[in-house]
Design a protein around this ligand. Structure first.
Ligand code: UD1
Ligand code: CA
Length: 485
């Protein structure tokens, strides 16, 4: 952002209730591709490096203000106690900032909190045109497929003379196709003056921000419009159907962006990507896969089908299929799946494996170590080159506290073993299948912790003389006898 274009202030209006969402959550906190609606607006506005950013809050103010503080403590939440319209909201913001900072000079950009697609580029374009044409007011307008409900832009030749809300419009005005997006650049002085002259003489009994434009035009000041290139950017969210439509639209933009960066997405329609996720070159995403939160796919990683990854790192050339992971780190060339659940704190080193029906939590698996089948590994450290047999369980919880299991390098754990934590297996140790290990195993030791096998001859013939089992046993014995003779 060039320094001359940096606005003196950005106001984001977000005090409305969002009645049509029918929700206990304020509208602007509903999530779109991993970020609340107002979060998108704020993130894109911060791209302008404004000198001040104020968000007008009202309904659900505590929740909205808390969210904003988590994004950036510099953002100011200004409370609009009662919602008397967009002009009133802007006036409240202007008064609050004037009180703390003195009279604002320069350009003020006003945005709505429920238009998440509006890009930093479009905001900059409005500011650039506003400055180049040396205007008092510049409004961003759009020509959408359906203008119903929007304020209509009244022009006199090239110049804009007013905006009329649909509810206040004459039939001729309703026929106008150019509408107000809600984005305005104002000269601060002009704005302050006009905000003091607003009235509520309209169908909704509100102070309309749009009237500032009319007042400036009537005063003979320079007022103009910037027509948005893609009207979808100005779409606002009013209900959950629009939110879902927007999700589809936004997701298509995200998937297209990553494909243009060199990622193969086999089926973009069933691939959901959050806005914070990043995908490396030559990564491949198979159908029905969700990449949530700050998930990162390194170059050449392959994920899917049917994966839900949240805040997960997938290393170069790693392969993840049919898995649910959260807060996990999957090293380069590692393999995960199918039907695998990796919970927070799981770290697989290079070439490690978490195979079918394996669950891990808070577990570090060393380079090349494999947990191929049907196991639970929790609160454990496993060294490199280990093989953990099918059905191994770390019994990490005694009903009161969690305990760790520590396994050295090149350890072999036989199938169906319970490692009762705290447990320790030294380097090169070997645990026999079916063991319940409750004391430490030293380096290179063999642990056999199971009942010794005892066979009782003739048992079935005695207990179940006429059963199929008894006849099968008798037949086998007879055959053995003839074989030997
Ligand atoms: C507004 C515009 C209309 C434009 C449309 C674009 C006005 C008078 N009308 O109409 O010309 O075409 O947006 O979407 O400006 N808000 C507050 N405090 C209030 C009232 C509203 O913070 O007292 C916030 C809302 O939370 C919302 C935004 O301002 O984020 C817009 O308000 P809304 O009531 O949705 O305006 P529209 O009737 O859609
Ligand atoms: Ca609206």
């Amino acid at each position: 952002m060039s320094p001359e274009l940096r606005p003196a202030a950005v106001f984001v209006l977000a005090a409305g209730q969002g009645t049509r969402m029918k929700s206990d959550t304020p509208k602007v906190l509903h999530t779109l591709c991993g970020r609340p609606l107002v979060g998108h607006v704020v993130a894109n506005a911060l791209g302008l490096e404004p000198r001040r950013l104020a968000v007008v809050v009202g309904h659900g103010r505590e929740q909205v203000a808390a969210y904003l503080a988590s994004v950036d403590p510099e953002i100011r939440a200004v409370v609009q106690e009662e919602q008397h319209g967009t002009g009133h909201a802007t006036r409240v913001a202007m008064e609050a900032l004037t009180e703390t900072d003195g009279e604002i000079e320069g350009t003020v950009l006003v945005l709505f909190g429920d238009t998440p697609l509006l890009s930093t580029e479009t905001m900059s374009a409005v500011l650039a045109e506003h400055q180049r044409a040396d205007r008092a007011v510049t409004v961003l307008t759009a020509i959408p497929d359906d203008p119903t409900g929007y304020g209509r832009v009244i022009r006199d030749g090239e110049s804009v003379v007013g905006i009329v809300e649909q509810k206040d419009a004459t039939p001729e005005q309703v026929a106008i196709t150019e509408v107000n997006s809600g984005v305005f650049a104002f000269d601060a002085k002009v704005l302050r003056d006009a905000l003091g002259r607003l009235n509520r003489n309209n169908k909704q009994g509100e102070e309309y921000l749009t009237d500032v434009l009319g007042i400036a035009a009537a005063d003979g000041l320079s007022v103009g419009a910037h027509v948005v290139e893609d009207w979808h950017e100005t779409l606002g969210i009013n209900d959950r159907v629009q939110l879902a439509d927007m999700r589809r639209l936004f997701n298509r933009r995200l998937t297209e962006r990553w494909m243009r960066e060199g990622v193969s997405i086999i089926d973009p329609a069933t691939t959901l990507i959050d806005v914070q996720a990043t995908l490396g070159r030559d990564a491949i995403v198979y159908p029905n896969t969700q990449l949530y939160g700050g998930t990162v796919l390194a170059p050449g990683a392959e994920v899917g089908p049917n994966c839900t990854l949240t805040d997960t790192f997938v290393g170069e050339g790693a392969r993840v299929t049919n898995a649910t992971t959260e807060g996990a780190e999957i090293g380069p060339e590692a393999t995960v799946g199918p039907y695998t659940y990796l919970r927070p704190g799981t770290k697989l080193a290079r070439g490690a494996k978490a195979g079918g029906f394996v669950e891990m939590k808070n577990a570090e698996i060393g380079e090349g170590s494999k947990v191929p089948h049907l196991s639970y590994v929790g609160d454990a450290t496993i060294g490199e080159g280990c093989n953990i047999g099918a059905g191994t369980i770390t019994a990490n919880y005694d009903g009161v506290a969690k305990h760790r299991t520590e396994i050295g390098d090149h350890v072999f754990v036989g199938s169906d073993t319970v490692l009762i934590a705290p447990a320790k297996l030294g380097d090169g140790a070997f645990v026999a299948a079916g063991s319940a290990v409750s004391s430490p195993v030293g380096p290179g030791e063999l642990a056999v912790a199971r009942g010794r096998q005892r066979n009782i001859a003739g048992y079935i013939e005695r207990k179940r003389p006429d059963s199929k089992a008894a006849r099968a046993a008798a037949r086998a014995k007879a055959e053995n006898a003839t074989d030997k003779s």
